[in-house]
Design a protein around this ligand. Sequence first.
Ligand code: ZN
Length: 409
Amino acid sequence: MKCRHCHETLNLSFIDLGSAPPSNAYLTPEQLHVPEKWFPLRVLVCTNCWLVQTEDFANATELFDENYAYFSSFSQTWLTHAERYVTNAIDRFSLNSESYVVEVAANDGYLLQYFKSRDIPCLGIEPTKSTANAAREKGLEIVEKFFGVQLARELVEQGKQADLMVANNVLAHVPDINVFLSGFAILLKPQGVVTFEFPHLLKLVKENQFDTIYHEHFSYLSLTAVKHIFAANNLSIFDVEEHPTHGGSLRVFAQRSDSGSHSSTNRVSDLLHREIQAGLLSANFYSGFQKRAERVKDDFLAFLLEAKRQKKVVAGYGAAAKGNTLLNYSGIRPDLLSFVVDRNPAKQGKFLPGSRIPIVAEESIKKMRPDYVVVLPWNLKTEIVNQLDYVRAWGGQFVTAVPKLEVTS
Ligand SMILES: [Zn+2]
């Protein structure tokens, strides 16, 4: 396979997670009688541009389930993060009622709602119907399309150009990173700014976050790789921030390459330097990852087997993509983890893809009084543990598997 950015042949393996069904293909009771499609899940590294990327395979278009949608507003932590971003951006870039903000992957309006409430004109781009509709219910204008060069040109022809563009947790999800990124330089005003947030590869490796790897995630990004790929698509990075969201994310600030409005901060050079120090430009950095993922899997399985022998009740919390990667890679089935709770009513009554563990409402925790609750989205652990504080009343404990097995009472 060739690199999705620079077209170099890919020879270095980062991790092979075997095969897995699409992580968001939740099953209805009827679908339990039908075989599932499993696809290879392997990640490769380009030693030319250092883009870490999932391997292509046949029939990739079968992956995406139109019925499923992730609603950002289900997480309070994420809403707080979005609101703070809006306040800071308005101050830093002097945005007002004359400005124009465009968010790509606007989801259910979790972020744009705060621009709207500050009377700043904005537009959301969101191809998923159900989340787009939820955003419209918040009074937001949404274009229901995929973003790229073509849509950027259409919007410019309609007289729209952005002072600020936002793209959170979407860069890793686009198969054609070049076509996607080129659209930003087109839609931005000459002095405009775009910010991107994405999980940081350095954190992924250091914290064993192999469970953030799934088919819908095409790229795993470092600042080093992103800087190079942005430059090839007429964007130049002038600032970067590190945030704890999604296990450790970067927020990069970029401008058009033909604009010199913002000078580059020390934070950019410092982080690039830290990435080099960590070994990110050498094959060794990537090649040890597989063994560490196996260790996490073995420890988690050993814990569940022991809990089963002791006849403990084990529940999971959070029917999210990263949970599915962990459960399927570890080969866990309902005999080891009897049910998973999720707040999203659209998932309740369904089953996790692959592991076929039933998804239920939170009431089941109160009814079943589990001895252990495995928090699958470990990035939201604090929020979830606070929400489920009552399990301590019967001696229930919380378990996370990543970065290493941890049981907290
Ligand atoms: Zn490359």
